[in-house]
Design a binder for this molecule. Structure first.
Ligand code: EPU
Length: 448
């Protein structure tokens, strides 16, 4: 591939201006909060826009770091990405100059790997960095690579990069994943829209964000259909056209605010909240004793039972949709610290996603982590303010939740992890009456 840039043999991440949240807890939250567009839908929609040379327009795109990284990665490829108004992005991929997604992009955001499918299908070749692991486990990409091979791509792996080529066009195929994979399904789906012939993807992820992507692809002229709950079929087309789309609301952000209201004993109304997409999670919240009322696009949370009898312990198990989302496991664990009795937590999707519980324990939570997938939480604990360190996005949001519930002041370090995926989180919490501010990080040992 002549147009690939030279490798960088050594990757040194750009220094991040480290910030921390300072939170004074123990105040019930109250009022209304508007739920933003979904991170995990928006990233794939922006990538899908590279399937056509025509302009695509997206509304309700969350203003978060991961979206900025995706926009920057696309611009580096020669794609025009405009941001004409807050929450609006326009993408025109008429010219794609580089077919190289560098380590810098992959290191900043694992979701950059979603560009494999569309670039391969549209341009027939791509060199893309292995996104490797992160703080919630190894997170390999073998399912994505195998799916592309099934579609006829030739892929070599050298020096941390996948070299992918499609001699001629990709060819439709029967893709069978060993287990359900969200981005694997999406990568296969994106590639299949421009392949020759028919593709079947099974088991296909059932997450609402996958269906939002399907809805957008259909507007682009793609022939895609979910023909069974876990099967997606695609009839490849030669060309797709530009389209407009409004990103669906973020169910994980919504779940995070449900827990915020519950653990502070507050009353909050979530506006534009996807009640239908939160079935398993709201069922757990209700079982624990949180008051939940749902409308077509709102959720009302009543956490007053906390001050009365407290919540009730319950066992939880994460699973692919429609099960309890692994991304809501950390917030749910914070909720379980406020429940009387013993709750068992079974994380089935990722390994190492329970590690963050050690930070929660610094705030007084009674937590035992048995192995990579199992933990026990005993409650109810009066959490107390402490200094904690964020390791990943969802754990970070959950440490904020714990700090909001805790007595006294907390410092939650590593705010950049949270900014990756939550739009204006501290402004939203402040509008609900929380005392939270972001400030430059003060090195441990130094007095503020
Ligand atoms: N897996 C493999 N090989 C692969 C792909 C996945 O072994 O090639 C394994 C994973 O290690 C995991 C399981 O399969 O054990 C399922 O992973 P999946 O592929 O479904 O995860 P993902 O697509 O990489 C997306 C979200 C995650 C969310 C998971 C599960 C995006 C950008 N990310 O990841 O979101 O936790 O689905 O719902 O859509 C987050 O937003 O904080 C986040 C981590």
């Amino acid at each position: 591939m002549a147009d690939a840039r030279p490798f960088q043999w050594e990757y040194r991440p750009a220094p991040v201006a480290r910030e921390q949240y300072r939170i004074e807890g123990g105040r019930p939250l109250g009022g209304r909060v508007a739920i933003s567009g979904s991170k995990n839908a928006a990233l794939k929609l922006l990538a899908a826009a590279t399937l056509t040379g025509e302009r695509c327009r997206f509304e309700n795109v969350p203003e978060i770091e991961d979206v900025r990284v995706m926009a920057e990665t696309l611009r580096e490829l020669g794609v025009v990405v405009d941001h004409p108004a807050p929450n609006v992005y326009e993408v025109a991929a008429g010219d794609i100059d580089w077919l190289f997604v560098p380590l810098e992009a992959a290191a900043r955001m694992r979701a950059s790997f979603i560009l494999l499918g569309p670039l391969l299908a549209r341009r027939g070749q791509v060199i893309i960095s292995n996104p490797g692991g992160d703080r919630i486990g190894r997170r390999p990409v073998n399912f994505h690579v195998d799916a592309m091979r099934a579609l006829g791509a030739e892929i070599d792996y050298r020096y941390g990069y996948y070299y992918a080529k499609a001699p001629g066009r990709l060819r439709g195929a029967e893709i069978r994943f060993p287990t359900v994979t969200v981005m694997g399904t999406e990568n296969a789906l994106l590639a299949a829209t421009l392949a020759v012939g028919h593709t079947t993807i099974e088991p296909a992820a059932r997450e609402p964000e996958v269906d939002d992507l399907i809805a957008f692809l259909r507007k682009m002229g793609a022939e895609v259909e979910r023909t069974a709950p876990d099967r997606i079929e695609v009839e490849g087309r030669r060309r797709l056209r530009g389209a407009e789309h409004r990103v669906l609301p973020d169910r994980i952000e919504a779940g995070t605010f449900v827990v915020a209201a519950a653990v502070t004993g507050g009353q909050v109304r979530l506006e534009g909240a996807p009640c239908d997409h939160l079935g398993a999670f709201l069922e757990v919240a209700g079982r624990v004793g949180v008051g939940i009322a749902c409308g077509s696009d709102w959720i009302e949370v009543d956490g007053r039972a906390l001050a009365a009898d407290g919540y009730r312990a319950t066992d939880i198990e994460t699973a692919p949709y429609p099960g309890l989302a692994t991304d809501l496991q950390p917030p749910t664990c914070v909720l379980l610290t406020q429940a009387v009795g013993t709750s068992r937590v079974h994380e089935t999707v990722f390994e190492d996603r329970l590690e963050w519980l050690a930070e929660l324990a610094r705030m007084g939570a009674d937590v035992t982590v048995h192995d990579a997938h199992h933990a026990t939480i005993r409650g109810r604990t009066r959490l107390r303010g402490a200094t904690t360190e964020i390791g990943d996005l969802r754990a970070g949001a959950s440490l904020i939740l714990a700090a909001l519930a805790a007595e006294g002041e907390s410092v939650v370090r590593g705010a950049h992890h949270v900014e990756r995926g939550y739009e204006n989180i501290e402004e939203k919490f402040r509008a609900l009456g929380a005392r939270i501010e972001r400030q430059p990080e003060i090195p441990p040992g130094e007095r503020p």
